[in-house]
Design a binder for this molecule. Structure first.
Ligand code: KIV
Length: 264
């Protein structure tokens, strides 16, 4: 059954782990829809995975809306979250609300916003306006330039305290769940203990309330293999094997066969 925002804290209270994967297109959405995965994120990582960019920064609201629509068409039984891209929350309440509205209009059930500082007022306004919001703390890739690259966050005591404080502030602002990316597992655990909404980890260890991975990473389709990624299949090898088999059968004329050929 499709989750609602209210189910997220309930699942945490029941100690029922939430699974989430990213998705960017219709075909994969149809497959995920038939799986047991709980919810789906149209992440702005589509900038890297689908468009070959180095960072998520080139993603725009229009691009997110296009992919959100495609994923929405393939999903009917899963809760769909769409990322608010770089700067889309930073141009005032009115513009931020308009941007979030564009993603909801294309089929998202909620939006995800990176960072707490400067976003709390918008988050409260969106929640009051009927737009559920997922938070995102730790490594926030939209802050690539400010952070100076992709690095594990929350290693100092001060950084740990800030992450816990931000988790509480996001819950207070109305977030129904919070993604925690690339942080030591004891920090993720502290964050989880501090709030009643689920902490959904990616590179945050096992002592949290849910996990999220980029679909193409977990399927082994990308070369990206940081410590926290597990390949659940070696997708790249399977695809290359199929392509080479196709190439060979084209060239030795065993494809197409009689069965694959139209006759009069
Ligand atoms: O954009 C994305 O895919 C994300 C996940 C890494 C959580 O934000």
């Amino acid at each position: 059954m499709k989750l609602s925002p209210a189910d997220f804290p309930k699942r945490k209270a029941e100690k029922s782990i939430i699974s989430m994967v990213t998705c960017y297109d219709y075909t994969m959405a149809c497959l995920i829809n038939e799986s047991n995965v709980d919810c789906v994120l149209v992440g702005d990582s589509l900038s890297n995975v689908m468009h070959g960019e180095e960072t998520t920064i080139p993603a725009t609201v229009e691009l997110m809306a296009l992919h959100t629509r495609a994923v929405h068409r393939g999903l009917c039984d899963k809760f769909l979250v769409s990322d608010m891209p770089f700067l889309s929350t930073r141009l005032g309440i009115e513009k931020g609300t308009e941007n979030a509205g564009k993603l909801i209009a294309q089929g998202a059930d909620a939006v995800k916003i990176e960072g707490a500082d400067g976003n709390l007022e918008l988050i409260s306004h969106l929640v009051e306006s009927g737009i559920p919001v997922m938070g995102h703390l730790g490594l926030t890739p939209q802050f690539y330039h400010a952070i100076g690259g992709y690095k594990v966050q929350g290693r100092s005591e001060a950084a740990k305290e800030k992450l816990v404080k931000d988790s509480i502030a996001l819950e207070k602002a109305g977030c129904f769940a919070i993604v925690a990316e690339c942080i030591p597992s004891d920090v993720a655990e502290e964050m989880s203990k501090a709030v009643s909404v689920p902490i959904i980890g990616i590179g945050g260890g096992a002592n949290v309330d849910g996990q999220v991975l980029v679909l193409h990473d977990m399927l082994g389709l990308t070369k990206f293999k940081p410590k926290f990624v597990r390949h659940f299949i070696e997708g790249a090898e399977l695809v290359k094997k199929a392509l080479n088999e196709y190439d060979e059968t084209c060239k030795n004329k065993t494809f197409p066969s009689e069965k694959e050929t139209f006759n009069k």
